[in-house]
Design a protein around this ligand. Sequence first.
Ligand SMILES: C[S@@+](CC[C@H](N)C(=O)[O-])C[C@H]1O[C@@H](n2cnc3c(N)ncnc32)[C@H](O)[C@@H]1O
Length: 235
Amino acid sequence: MNAMITKKEVPLNFNRVARWYDALQKMNPGYTEHLRLSAERLAVKPDANLLDLCCGTGLSTEALRAVYPQARIDALDASEGMLEVARNRGLAQPLSYILADVMELTPEQLNGPYDGILMAYGIRNMPDADAALARLFPLLKKGGTICFHEYSVSDSKWSRLMWNVVASTVIIPLGQLTSPGAPIYRYLRRSVLEFDGVTRFEQRLRDAGFVDVHTEPTNGWAKGIVHSFLARKPG
Ligand SMILES: C[S@@+](CC[C@H](N)C(=O)[O-])C[C@H]1O[C@@H](n2cnc3c(N)ncnc32)[C@H](O)[C@@H]1O
């Protein structure tokens, strides 16, 4: 497989690393705590109808389930390998797993509309972020909340430097050790460097029709690097 993968090839490349994904994230301090922070920041009602986009192996779904034990959740990903790990996680029902590409998603494939949508480490991987936002907007109920839990370092030299150091000294070497030759970890470094800064992404959300757009920080090493981007569909 080509070392420079395209965004369209990302789900296929996640198939290749799916069985190591959870073990690597366990070594990432704050990963689970930060996903829970974003789940809490959705601030939806206890029995909400929720969508976890790009759910991967279900770590973000697990965060939603922990914060909203009574919610019904649709967990969606385009990688069969990642979704298989998610299905075997044994999270409490009601919960559906859906194999689909966000860029081709239609409301008929889902059990929406939703009170809340979480997209953790997903929007950066979309071939066209604005087209993706246009697809997501109709999936939310009026007044519903969306949270993009995502890396964004382009507005700060310090954050870019920190990210480069962490990616090159920890993430890429560990990725090579567990899945030799897999290009997804180099892609990760590059895609984070190329993704919008906070100001640009907030503007994209406003341009897509969302309101109450704001960004909240994480902590530890990820402070200034991983953020919760929050927005609401007008009521
Ligand atoms: C870094 S993982 C994040 C998994 C999970 N949300 C978490 O927080 O651990 C990114 C996931 O996005 C999925 N993905 C990438 N592009 C996608 C697309 N166009 N449609 C659906 N899923 C996609 C990949 O298959 C992968 O499982």
